[in-house]
Design a protein around this ligand. Structure first.
Ligand code: UT7
Length: 328
C-alpha cells in the first residue's frame, strides 16, 4: 500500500522584526492588549525584494535538504498562498524555476489560512493513489503587503513567512505518515474575513481605484467563535476516522491565529496545553505558512519523535477549515 510520509520540513522567516512596542508608536494600541488578547509579541516583515515565491523557495530548499531529495526528483509543487507574487503565472511556477525542479508540475491553491491543510490533502491523494512519488507542499505569505497599517484590529495580527514539507511515497502495509486529512468550507461565511478588491467582478475597474479594497477586513469576534466550533468538530472527526482517542494524541500543531482560540479548542477537546506547539508569540498569524513553519520548528526542536501521533488543525477565510492526522 502507498503511504504518504513527511520526509522533510523547512521554513524561512524574513529578518526584520516588528514588535508590539513598535506598533504602539504608530497606533492606538498597547503591547499588553496585543499580548493578552492574541499571544503575539512580535512578527516578521518581508524585505522589499522578498515576495512569496522568494520566501517559499528558501523554505523549499531546506525541506528538500532535510528529506535528502534533489529538486529534479520533485513531481509536483503546490504553493498555498493568498499573497501571490502577481496575478499569474502561479507563484509555484516561480518557485519551480528558483529551485530548479525541472521535472515537476507546479500550481497554487487558494484557501487562505487553511491553504496548507488543503495542499496536504491534495498531495495525499496523488501519493496514496500511486501516481506520484515526491510532492512539495509550501505555505508562503507576505501578509504585510495586504494589511491596513491604520487598522489596529487586524494589522497587529499578521506576519510574513514560509514553511514547506516534502510528502514522499512509502510502500508499507502499516498505516504511517499522513493518516488522513479532512477539509471543509462554508461560502455563506465569506464576508467574515476578506480582501474585497475585485478582479473578475464586472465593477472591478472602479474598485481598482480604491486602495482601501486591497486590505484585509475581518469580523474578528464572529470569526473567533466559529473558529473554535469548527476546529473542535473537525479534530474529533479526524480522530474518530482513524479509530483514535484524544489520549492517543502526542502533539497538536495548530494554526497560529490567536492563543485564546487554541486554548479554547484544547479546553473543549480536553487535551493538555503541554501537548501543543506554539510559536505565535514570534511570528503572529502567517496564514498558510503558519502550520508548516510550526511543524518545521517542532521537528528541529525535537518535539517530534518517531511514532509520535500529531494532530494539525486550521481555520481560515472562506470560511475554510480542516484537520490532518500524522503518525511520524
Ligand atoms: O487566521 C484566520 C482566522 N482569524 C482569526 O482566527 C482571528 C479571530 N479573531 C480574533 O483573534 C480576535 O477576535 C481579535 C484578536 C481580532 C480581537 O479580539 P477580541 O477579544 O475579539 O476583541 P474585540 O474585537 O471584541 O474588540 C474589543 C475591544 C474593542 O473596543 P471596544 O469596542 O470594546 O471599546 C476594540 O476596538 O478592543 C479594541 N481593539 C483594540 N484595542 C487595542 C481592537 N483591536 C485593538 C488593538 N489594541 N490592537
Amino acid at each position: 500500500m502507498c503511504q504518504a510520509e513527511i520526509a522533510g520540513t523547512g521554513s524561512y522567516l524574513p529578518e526584520t522584526i516588528l514588535t508590539n512596542f513598535d506598533l504602539e508608536k504608530k497606533l492606538n494600541t498597547s503591547d499588553e492588549w496585543i499580548r493578552t488578547r492574541t499571544g503575539i509579541v512580535e512578527r516578521r516583515i518581508a524585505g522589499k525584494e522578498e515576495s512569496s515565491s522568494v520566501l517559499a523557495a528558501h523554505a523549499a530548499r531546506k525541506a528538500l535538504e532535510s528529506a535528502n531529495i534533489k529538486p529534479e526528483e520533485v513531481d509536483i509543487i503546490i504553493v498555498c498562498t493568498s499573497t501571490p507574487d502577481i496575478l499569474f503565472p502561479s507563484t509555484a511556477c516561480f518557485v519551480q524555476k528558483e529551485i530548479g525542479a525541472t521535472r515537476s508540475a507546479a500550481f497554487d491553491i487558494s484557501a487562505v489560512c487553511s491553504g496548507f491543510v488543503y495542499g496536504l490533502s491534495i498531495a495525499e491523494q496523488y501519493i496514496k493513489s500511486g501516481r506520484y512519488r515526491n510532492v512539495l507542499v509550501i505555505g508562503s505569505e507576505v501578509n504585510s503587503r495586504i494589511v491596513d497599517w491604520t487598522d489596529r484590529s487586524t494589522c497587529i495580527l499578521f506576519g510574513d513567512g514560509a514553511g514547506a514539507v516534502v510528502l514522499k511515497r512509502k510502500e508499507s502495509t502499516e498505516s504511517c505518515g499522513l493518516l488522513s486529512s479532512h477539509i471543509y468550507s462554508d461560502g455563506n461565511l465569506s464576508s467574515l474575513i476578506e480582501v474585497p478588491k475585485a478582479i473578475g467582478r464586472s465593477n472591478g475597474l472602479g474598485d481598482n481605484d480604491n486602495p482601501d479594497k486591497f486590505h484585509i477586513r475581518m469580523s474578528g469576534n464572529a470569526t473567533f467563535k466559529v473558529a473554535v466550533k469548527r476546529m473542535t468538530e473537525v479534530c474529533l472527526e479526524a480522530l474518530e476516522y482513524n479509530g483514535l482517542s484524544k489520549e492517543d494524541v502526542d502533539l497538536i500543531v495548530p494554526h497560529q491565529a490567536n492563543q485564546r482560540i487554541i486554548d479554547a479548542v484544547l479546553k473543549k477537546l480536553e487535551i493538555s496545553s503541554e501537548k501543543v506547539f506554539i510559536n505565535i508569540h514570534k511570528y503572529g498569524n502567517t496564514s498558510a505558512a503558519s502550520i508548516p513553519i510550526a511543524l518545521d520548528e517542532a521537528k528541529r526542536a525535537g518535539r517530534i519523535q518517531p511514532g509520535c501521533l500529531m494532530l494539525v488543525m486550521v481555520v481560515g477565510a472562506g470560511l475554510t477549515w480542516g484537520a490532518a492526522v500524522v503518525r511520524w
